[in-house]
Design a protein. Structure first.
Length: 261
């Protein structure tokens, strides 16, 4: 009887040992360090999961109500980004497209809500995301909407091309890629301008000038946040931009969301 008890205790100890080993292996595998890019914070090997590109066209000064609305809309877009989703923010202001760089080019981070209570500190994860991701974005947006100097040019199509080439993946595959354009939609550049009284959009879309600056937006979802301008025909303008984006092969008919003010 004593022998059976000893055998039972032995089996229990062996079982406990195996359980401990299995748990240790699990934590080693699941908590394996993933190498991150030092500049963007994205996974270096796999790259970002999804992409959210935001363009704020402040070549015309935003009005007070528009500033508040734009800030809230951008915050809503950024909040959709999960860990390892990249957020790219450009300001279209008084710079040439060649010299324009993103104000934000970072991957989002874990906020601690899914922290393992045994191995991770939820508060530290939240603080890390606040400092390295949320705060820089808030600072960039505040600076963008504070711009109060009009620009002499508004090369919207050209900037979209630059973002498509430099900031978004060549192959979309199963990634979610979104472009959010906050603009009054008054394209104004050497290639094409809505300020030209004799502009012909249909002719432009068949021209070499358009071929030079267009982008292939296949698989990319485009949302136009139209900053309403009382000096122009906003409905006509948004319909013409639908034509532009469809010509650039976006798989999704552009969503149009007006921002009054």
């Amino acid at each position: 009887m004593r022998k059976n008890n000893k055998d039972l205790i032995g089996y229990i100890l062996i079982g406990l040992f195996l359980v401990i080993v299995a748990i240790a292996i699990f934590f080693v595998v699941t908590n394996k360090d993933i190498e991150l890019d030092k500049l963007t914070g994205c996974e270096k090997k796999a790259g970002p999961n999804n992409y959210y590109a935001i363009i704020l066209d402040n070549t015309d000064t935003l009005r007070t109500i528009q500033k508040s609305s734009v800030k809230n809309k951008i915050k809503g877009i950024v909040n959709k980004a999960g860990p390892n989703d990249k957020v790219i923010i450009y300001s279209l202001s008084n710079f040439s497209v060649e010299n324009t760089v993103p104000l934000i080019d970072k991957c989002s981070m874990r906020d601690g809500s899914d922290a393992d209570k045994f191995t991770e500190n939820e508060k530290l994860l939240r603080k890390r995301k606040d400092q390295l991701f949320d705060a820089p974005i808030e600072d960039a947006v505040n600076k963008m909407i504070a711009v109060d100097k009009d620009s002499q040019a508004s090369p919207i199509i050209e900037l979209i091309q630059k973002i498509r080439i430099q900031n978004l993946p060549d192959q979309i595959n199963n990634k979610k890629v979104e472009i959010h354009l906050f603009s009054d939609l008054l394209q104004h550049s050497e290639n094409f301008s809505f300020y030209d009284k004799n502009y012909d959009l249909k002719k432009f879309l068949k021209s070499l000038e358009f071929e030079k600056i267009k982008s292939d937006l296949s698989g990319i979802e485009v949302t136009i946040w139209q900053l309403i301008n009382s000096r122009v025909d906003n409905i006509r303008l948004r319909d013409q931009w639908k034509e532009i984006f469809i010509k650039m092969k976006t798989n999704f008919r552009p969503n149009i969301e007006p921002i009054s003010g």
